[in-house]
Design a protein around this ligand. Sequence first.
Ligand SMILES: C[S@@+](CC[C@H](N)C(=O)[O-])C[C@H]1O[C@@H](n2cnc3c(N)ncnc32)[C@H](O)[C@@H]1O
Length: 313
Amino acid sequence: MRFQYDTIGERFVESKATAAFSAADTHTLLGALDALGGVRGLDTLDLACGYGYNTRLLARGGARRAVGVDISEEMIRLARAHGVIGGGGVGALERAVGAVRPAGAPASGADGRTGTAAAGAAAAGAGAVDAAPIGFGVAEAESMGFGVAEAGSIEVGSIEYVVADAAKLPQMGPFDLATAVYLFNYATDRSALHAMFRSIRANLRDGGRLLAIVPNAGAYPNVDWSPYGVRIVDRVHEGDAPLLKAQFLTQPPADFEFREWAHADFAEAAVEAGFSTVGWQPNRTPPADGARDEAYWTAYRAWPISSLMTCTA
Ligand SMILES: C[S@@+](CC[C@H](N)C(=O)[O-])C[C@H]1O[C@@H](n2cnc3c(N)ncnc32)[C@H](O)[C@@H]1O
């Protein structure tokens, strides 16, 4: 069976690397992971992993295990091709989120790579196309405790990728932490939405956390997100939640569709699945720079594309 991301996979990679809303989502996710004390030594699960962007963040943050799950075989193929640091080295989004420097380098930044055989082996095990030693961290991530601490050596947790529907996950854990960046909006009906939360809960240890980036409902047709990399073109009333027809504003634009669930729908599904706490945080935005000034981000924060949902198992 083919899924929409089997067709738009490469366009999505382009969007992730260039769209401002993705930079904001990454900033938000990193802030939340930092607030939890980082991921070092944790068993982590990244749902709807796409081409593995967040799975790699978890592995580079020192997670003991980072398992990426996606329903699209094409996205998992791209994830494996990106290895641990990303196919072409450090990505544009990482540069947008924070200055990238080699592991162990001073913050002022020399530009050599460092790494260990173990890291190289981890990259190879993950199907890396770049077999060079892995030595990069994201400076912002490092300041949040996600980086590679020791000069001259790094510990990159193992990465595994699995093709699976998040509504029907096998037992793969238990995990301490699950991330789900734009998963739940692809639940096609209420029973699928509830099944996703149940199968995630079943894979978490008691006390484990779920961090989910979910779209905010109600923007269309009043809010134009085009300057931030995505456009909603139609909203169709059908089924358990309206169907939003949208485009990633890549070259050329890529059509995709998702469901406009309310935050209350997500919270209800989480509680029904047995999560003991559900909380919400507004989207955070990266520091202003030459390309995106403070006014640009202030306008975005007035009605951001997404919010962060945090649940405790
Ligand atoms: C917008 S992409 C986000 C990818 C990734 N989380 C990121 O931030 O780069 C959404 C992903 O969800 C995946 N997806 C959609 N429905 C899914 C399901 N039922 N189970 C697992 N993955 C799913 C798609 O294949 C796609 O790769």
